[in-house]
Design a protein around this ligand. Structure first.
Ligand SMILES: Nc1ncnc2c1ncn2[C@@H]1O[C@H](COP(=O)(O)OP(=O)(O)OP(=O)(O)O)[C@@H](O)[C@H]1O
Ligand SMILES: Nc1ncnc2c1ncn2[C@@H]1O[C@H](COP(=O)(O)OP(=O)(O)OP(=O)(O)O)[C@@H](O)[C@H]1O
Ligand SMILES: [Mg+2]
Ligand SMILES: [Mg+2]
Lengths: 259, 259
């Protein structure tokens, strides 16, 4: 089972859109996919028409759970989506209190990893959507992952927090003595503006190894898909932004086999 | 002294851009303006060329301070910007730990209000930029404020967390027995897309009282200004997105006098 985290503490860079759309392509390729919503605002859960504030159980119950967690409990909380091969572990607003309450619990960073290890037989790929913050939830996701996908909007304010993001990943990698494969994905690229092209070029200079050679263009079809609650690859596969995510998914698959 | 908070837990909706650009217009109108960066990722500080990770002192020192805070200490930390009437209380990455460490401190939500009350004689307007999260930093900002400006991107994923934002503000208002004037500002509106116009219309139905009758259009000049570190009203005052912020500033000023 592969576990991919999609994270960046900068807000609005396309984390949720990337996690859902890649999940859609993986399911279409025949994989059994689990989407995990770790963001208290619940964009990924809302994308599929769920109301995080009224769900009885969510990812927060698993993270907050006292005592051992059984596979049956997790399977109870996971929602099967009406799209072949796609399931969702929804979020709830109470995730926000975890930042504060988990401070003193030893080993709190390992919980999500333990939960997902119980699902080895059930899924081929897990995609985790993170909130825009460098907190305990992102640490949990990094610890549980084999790969980190970092969507970056190709413009000034979005690049500022980037170096700190890398430091957090280095710290997690160092303390676990593992390697997390990092892939940086330029998103919402508007070819028409000069500034955008300049930023993509400087990204290539700064991160030659981790940067995906392609980019995701601005495409309103990706927004329309979120409003309709359909993975973009099933909604408008020929749209340019959607096709770009298809190319990204194939790149990530091929990158696994050559690791 | 007026204190305006700019907040929305949804990421990338234009909080930092709104706080800086409104601050620029207020300074141009002769006000003494303090910009406060409460976001650990420090977009507002980066906007003006500061490096939050290497600042010796920041808003985090004030929020973490043991014992009484003097006006001199605050004035030491505040940076005068090279633009007439504009000063900045910068952020630092250590703000992120406040979410976790402040849990047990009684009255932690009141600290920022106490700090700003020491500056009554020094500034006419304070604009607070918040991180994309419903946490203790946003609570601090709301407690210290007379007004809340909520930028909302006119599209599906951005509207989902909106109701919860309103609940948080209701809770703060109720516990302090005060009224915070709320103004919802549609941002990054792209008139060309059908979905956008539909969403702005549904915003008007849902929040008839609090919604600013105008909107901020998509305008790359606002991004260019952030890259150059210049308030947008001084960089390209005739650009359509910049002019829209001018209209918003005038609306907010007139709304004060009629309260
Ligand atoms: N390539 C694209 N073209 C056009 N719009 C896009 C694109 N990618 C994402 N969007 C839209 O931009 C907005 C932000 O995207 P999204 O919510 O996925 O970002 P996020 O990083 O998950 O935000 P948050 O930090 O709040 O979690 C959404 O309205 C989404 O529909
Ligand atoms: N009206 C606009 N037109 C075009 N670009 C805009 C507009 N307003 C903001 N932007 C750009 O969109 C991006 C997001 O804006 P900004 O960083 O101000 O949002 P934010 O809500 O503060 O994000 P965060 O949640 O990370 O704090 C920035 O690159 C900014 O330059
Ligand atoms: Mg998201
Ligand atoms: Mg910001």
């Amino acid at each position: 089972m592969q576990v991919w985290t999609v994270a960046n503490q900068k807000g609005g860079v396309g984390k949720t859109t990337s996690a859902v759309t890649l999940g859609g392509y993986a399911a279409q390729a025949g994989k059994r996919v689990l989407l995990v919503d770790l963001d208290a605002q619940g964009s990924m859960s809302c994308y599929f028409g769920l109301k995080p504030q009224s769900l009885r159980q969510s990812s927060a119950e698993l993270m907050n759970h006292e005592g051992p967690i059984s596979r049956d409990l997790i399977k109870d909380i996971v929602v099967e989506l009406p799209y072949e091969g796609l399931s969702l572990l929804p979020s709830s607003p109470s995730l926000i209190t975890l930042e504060r309450t988990s401070q003193n619990k030893r080993g709190f960073g390992l919980i999500l990893g333990q939960v997902l290890s119980l699902l080895e037989e059930d899924f081929d790929l897990v995609l985790i959507d993170c909130p825009p913050a460098l907190g305990v939830l992102m640490i949990n996701a990094l610890v549980a992952s084999t790969r980190l996908i970092i969507p970056v909007q190709a413009e000034f304010l979005s690049l500022q927090g980037f170096a700190r993001m890398q430091q957090t990943v280095d710290m997690v990698q160092h303390s676990l003595d593992t390697v997390i494969d990092r892939v940086v994905v330029p998103t919402m690229v508007d070819r028409r503006t000069q500034a955008c092209q300049q930023t993509v070029r400087s990204l290539r200079n700064e991160f030659p190894v981790d940067l995906w050679p392609g980019h995701i263009p601005i495409d309103t079809k990706l927004r329309d898909a979120s409003r309709l609650g359909v993975p973009a690859n099933l909604y408008q596969p020929s749209a340019k932004g959607v096709r770009a995510y298809g190319a990204l998914y194939r790149y990530l698959e091929q990158r696994i086999s050559s690791q």
